[in-house]
Design a protein around this ligand. Sequence first.
Ligand SMILES: Nc1nc2c(ncn2[C@@H]2O[C@H](COP(=O)(O)OP(=O)(O)OP(=O)(O)O)[C@@H](O)[C@H]2O)c(=O)[nH]1
Ligand SMILES: [Ca+2]
Length: 536
Amino acid sequence: MAGLATLHVVCLPKKTERHHTYNLIATEYSKAIAKPKKTWKRKVLCILGVFFALAIVALIITAVMQNKPLPKNIKYGIVLDAGSSHTSLYVYNWPAEKENDTGVVKQVEECKVEGNGISHYFQEPVKAGLSIDACVTRAQQVIPANQHKETPIYLGATAGMRLLRLNNHTVADEVLSSVENSLRSSPFDFQGARIITGQEEGAYGWITINYLLKNFVEESSVLNLLPSFRKTETSGALDLGGASTQITFVSDEDIETQENTLHFRLYGKSYNVYTHSYLCYGKDQALRLQLVKNIVNTRNGTMWDPCFNPGYRRNTSTSELYSSPCVSQHTRFTTTPVNFEIKGTGDYQLCKANIQSIFNVSYCPYSQCSFNGIFQPVLQGKFGAFSAFYFVMDFLKVAHEKATLEDVKERVQSHCSRPWDQVKADFPKIKTKYLSEYCFSGVYILSLLELGYGFNADNWKEISFLGKISGSDAGWTLGYMLNLTNMIPAELPPSPPLSHGVYVGLMVFFSVLLLFIVLICWLGFRKPRCLQKGII
Ligand SMILES: Nc1nc2c(ncn2[C@@H]2O[C@H](COP(=O)(O)OP(=O)(O)OP(=O)(O)O)[C@@H](O)[C@H]2O)c(=O)[nH]1
Ligand SMILES: [Ca+2]
């Protein structure tokens, strides 16, 4: 509007026009007589212009308002990860209308259950159920009360319960019943409490990270409409738990073993995935295996262990070490319980030698193996390493992309050699269990990745150590829920060709362009008349 007013002033004002008309010849005089009619026309034109501009502004506002996403109808889901070392409850939410899109489900809460994992309650199974109650109550506070009834709640138990089931099937069932009773008495929609297989654990971890990294569906771009341009690189998943570890990745090679093969069809694309879960190769069970190997270094009630910082000491016993089915009968040195004290020496090379002795790489019944006679195709693509892989690398400050394999080795070695008192003084807030095990864990992770899986200095850079991805923890739980709620479609759901943002952007752009053209035309129409009057 300001522009239009200025335009009117630049052209000759009415009074000046009239003053000039007295000096005109007859024909000019007759033109001057007709002037009021033309002024009226200009006014009409002006008003029409204003209306046109207003109409375009209204069009833009309507486009923005009409296509604004509808108010979100939020849905919730709960998964309890009953791991060997501890249980965590995760609350997820997502907008109902976007259920089948990728990357829309987010973690909104993690509640860590106090104490140990549920398998530790083998002597008092009832307490397993009680242990999770506080976190279930927490979930009730996070999720609006009117949605409790329709919110599914799942519990998946992993390697700790697999080991307990191996030791005593009945007791494992009792522990599961106990947590089931607890979940059934919650206001949520109980959907099951079960021990998931190692294969599922690997598969759901792989789904979780690729879903969160949005690797299943490409961001829409013109090129992606052409099938040959749709690049769908997924990331392999490396999960290091307390009692088992999983490796899962897409392989173009022939997977020689049925039990390691997964076929997925997700968002219109097929995936041939290799997975293996190594029971007893989680970091707590691997430490136990290392300690058993090291029993030969026990003298006068003291076991000198190279995988703990110098000056570290803790009491344990053979009965404690042998209590796991991971320690096979023939590796037990004594049947009579013996108490002894572990004393750290912090010797990286000796620790590495001890740890490497728990990987059998001399036997392989297939074309190629990782260790312990397990088939593994050649490593392929990028990898996301989470759980203890992340906790340990993050503590050692080598979780970032620039750290090379050599850097990591140096860092682990230097950490192992540090006196325990210094380590404790530097990190007074870290739990003693975690802090005391970083030396062992660092050496174990290097051995597992290098000697076990076959990573080397070249492909080390393909590994990213992941804690959270876009606010959600990397782990198997999200993939488990997505699968059980059918939130990952086999085929790509139909979607509008333009996103809301692009649509609004185009509307605004073309409306402004139209407004601009109208203005130019109007100016063009006015200009000669103004110039003509200026000459007179
Ligand atoms: N440093 C550190 N270690 C942790 C932390 N949380 C768990 N751990 C340890 O890391 C290892 C793996 O932990 P999780 O991934 O929770 O293992 P889990 O799920 O209980 O075990 P699985 O049943 O084998 O999967 C265990 O030895 C834990 O004691 C943490 O916040 N910091
Ligand atoms: Ca786990």
